[in-house]
Unconditional design. Structure first.
Length: 496
């Protein structure tokens, strides 16, 4: 039976918390918090409308965020230090961030004093909520200093559900860069008798892209006076089993380097849907019909096969930039894109593009960020596999890395996080708690008995905080989600 599914909205991501804090100069105090919350919600509503008009993920990483990531000298807002300094301290250099996050392999211990003492008074009672099941873990990091402000069970490996997509997307961006695009190509044999549609692993390939490929192919064939061809399709970019370990499921299509619209058999663009059992064959048959419509007859049914040794590329389609795919994977909790990103990471690392290769490649990329991976097991890219194990420290640490000006290539991880009450899998949450609406950006995770939330929030002192809350053994998903939302809202409301 399918696991519970996170149901996103069609609205795009809004303005990230870091930019919001810097623009508003957020500081402490209840009145400031209320004023800022109202202003930010209104601003985010306007921003969401503007982005809707342009279309989400049109440039992958939005220009303002890209420029800010390139030019930033610090993150967060005012009062980065724990004392009473009036001027914000500059963001640390990369070595300082690494040291602060505990990158020696032993991990950072739960902070016993200082700011963490205040957060304990706020978060400890909320973590004791029975709705969070029999195991829970939490970590909060000040992204500007890398300092862990709070930790409970920080290094305990737990099932993350879809929050593992944070690890997957960080690894893909680290390995390939935000500008990378996934190609789908058409190759024609030297004698113009055989056409091969070659899949590169783009799950977002659609019929419009296939139509453009068919038009380009037809022009090349007609120039060579070829009127009919045999059609092959190549899926050799991917290896291993075609089905995710959960088996045939409406939450994910069979793994294939060639598919159209994620193998969906309805008009949906996200969430669960009936999936084809032959995504590559369906794509090839659609392409054959488009070739026929362009004036080139295909002889017989399309068949699997690789391009001839002497063949040339006559048409190519490139996916959206990897930054855009990352944003879409996180906002909509898109399992197909997440698994594709794990395989693209494997290909970049010279590993087989299968589940095992993806696991090794993603893990290797995470190690380069010098965060503790003790007890961590990346079993898949989507979080559907219960064999996935991560720590709250790792998830919060990855988000802190994405906020570090030293890693602008990771910024799409932050811009892709759903916005509380506005977009993606958080569009239906925080709608009755104004304190979190528009301020919290977070990746959700839901499996039977597992609920998680990991993201960022700006507190009343202007600090951009990254957080991760993991719960297992939950029995009431709605109540568990509400408990997680209260934790994140308490962070934004400040220390009490």
């Amino acid at each position: 039976m399918a696991e519970p599914v996170e149901r996103p909205s069609t609205e795009p991501p809004g303005t990230p918390g870091g930019s919001l804090a810097a623009r508003l100069g957020v500081r402490g105090g209840a009145n400031n918090w209320q004023f800022t919350a109202v202003s930010a919600v209104a601003g985010l509503a306007l921003a969401a409308g503007a982005v809707l008009a342009a279309g989400p993920w049109d440039s992958g990483q939005r220009k303002a965020e890209r420029d800010r990531a390139a030019a930033a000298a610090r993150t967060g807002g005012a009062h980065h230090a724990s004392g009473d300094a009036e001027d914000p301290a500059p963001a640390p250099s990369a070595p300082a961030v690494l040291a602060a996050l505990g990158t020696t392999g032993t991990g950072t211990k739960d902070a016993p004093a200082g700011a963490a003492r205040d957060l304990r008074a706020v978060l400890d009672p909320l973590l004791r909520n029975d709705a969070l099941g029999d195991r829970r873990a939490a970590v909060v990091i000040d992204t500007a200093t890398g300092r862990r402000l709070y930790g409970k069970g920080a290094d305990a490996p737990m099932t993350p559900a879809s929050t593992v997509k944070i690890a997957t997307t960080v690894a893909a961006l680290s390995a390939l860069g935000p500008a990378h695009r996934i190609p789908t190509t058409v190759r024609v044999s030297e004698d113009l008798r055989t056409v091969t549609l070659v899949g590169g692993g783009d799950p977002t390939l659609d019929k419009a892209a296939l139509r453009a490929l068919a038009a380009g192919t037809a022009r090349a064939l007609k120039a060579g006076k070829a009127g009919s061809v045999r059609l092959r399709y190549d899926t050799s970019a991917y290896k291993g089993p075609t089905h995710h370990p959960i088996g045939p499921n409406e939450n994910i299509a069979p793994m294939s380097a060639l598919m159209v619209d994620e193998g969906r058999q309805d008009d949906s663009a996200k969430g669960p849907a009936p999936r084809t059992e032959d995504p590559a064959g369906d794509a090839a048959r659609t392409f054959a019909g488009l070739l026929d419509g362009a004036g080139v007859t295909t002889k017989g049914a399309p068949a699997p096969g690789r391009p001839a040794a002497k063949s040339r590329t006559v048409a190519a389609h490139l996916s959206a930039p990897l930054s855009g795919l990352v944003e879409r994977a996180l906002t909509n909790s898109d399992n197909d894109i997440a698994e594709a990103l794990a395989r693209q990471t494997a290909i970049a690392a010279g590993e087989p593009a299968d589940f095992k290769g993806g696991r090794r490649a993603v893990t290797a990329q995470l190690k380069k960020l010098r965060l503790s991976l003790k007890g961590v097991n990346i079993a898949d890219g989507s979080g559907l596999d219960r064999a996935d194990k991560v720590t709250a420290a790792l998830l919060a640490g990855l988000l802190a890395r994405a906020a570090d000006p030293a890693h602008p290539e990771l910024r799409p991880v932050l811009t892709g996080l759903p916005v509380a009450g506005f977009s993606g899998t958080l569009s239906g949450r925080y709608t009755t708690r104004a304190g979190g609406t528009g301020f919290i950006r977070a990746k959700t995770g839901t499996l039977t008995g597992v609920n998680s939330l990991a993201g960022t929030v700006v507190d009343t002192r202007g600090r951009l905080l990254s957080f991760a809350f993991l719960a297992s053994g939950t029995t009431a998903p709605a109540e568990a989600q509400a408990a997680l939302d209260k934790l994140a809202t308490a962070l934004g409301a400040g220390e009490r």
